[in-house]
Design a protein around this ligand. Structure first.
Ligand code: HEM
Length: 112
C-alpha cells in the first residue's frame, strides 16, 4: 500500500510541505511528476473511477465559492489544521468561517 500521506508531506518533494500554498500548483511550478507526488485519486488500475466527475464538481462548486465570496475566519484565533483520524482526514476542530459577497467588482460566475 502506498503511503500517500507521507509522500504529500515529504520535504524532499515539496517546498514547505505543510503550508497551504495553492500557488504552488500554478502552471510551471511543482508540475513535474505532480501526478506521482500528489495522487489525490490514487494511481493505476485501482485509481478512482470518479476522478473526472469529481474534478468537474469541484470546479463548479469550489470555483464560485472562492471567486464570488470573501471568506474570513470567525474570531482572531489562528485556524488549527490538526487532523483527526478518519477516511477523509477530517479536521480535529471543525472549520468555522463567514463569507460575504465579493465587493471587489471582479466578474463572478454566479449572478445574485
Ligand atoms: C474529490 C473527490 C474524490 C477523491 C479525492 C477520490 C479519491 C479516491 C481514491 C484515493 C481512491 C483509491 C484509489 C486507489 O486505491 O489507488 C478512490 C477509489 C474509488 N473512488 Fe474515488 N474519489 C473521489 C470521488 C469519487 C466519485 C465522485 C466517485 C463515483 C462517482 C468515486 C468512486 C470511487 C470508486 C468506485 C473507487 C474504488 C476503485 C477501486 O477500488 O477499483 N470517487 N477514490
Amino acid at each position: 500500500m502506498v503511503n500517500a500521506w507521507a509522500i504529500q508531506r515529504d520535504p524532499e518533494l515539496w517546498d514547505d510541505p505543510t503550508s497551504s500554498k495553492p500557488e504552488r500548483f500554478e502552471q510551471g511550478k511543482e508540475t513535474s511528476d505532480l501526478i506521482y507526488k500528489l495522487m489525490p485519486f490514487g494511481l493505476g488500475r485501482r485509481a478512482c473511477p470518479g476522478m473526472v466527475l469529481a474534478q468537474h464538481v469541484l470546479w463548479s462548486t469550489l470555483g464560485p465559492l472562492i471567486q464570488c465570496f470573501e471568506w474570513e475566519r470567525v474570531g482572531e484565533k489562528i485556524i488549527d489544521m490538526t487532523e483527526r483520524q478518519g477516511l477523509t482526514m477530517p479536521k480535529l476542530e471543525p472549520l468555522e468561517a463567514t463569507c460575504r459577497q465579493d465587493s471587489s467588482g471582479r466578474s463572478c460566475l454566479l449572478s445574485f
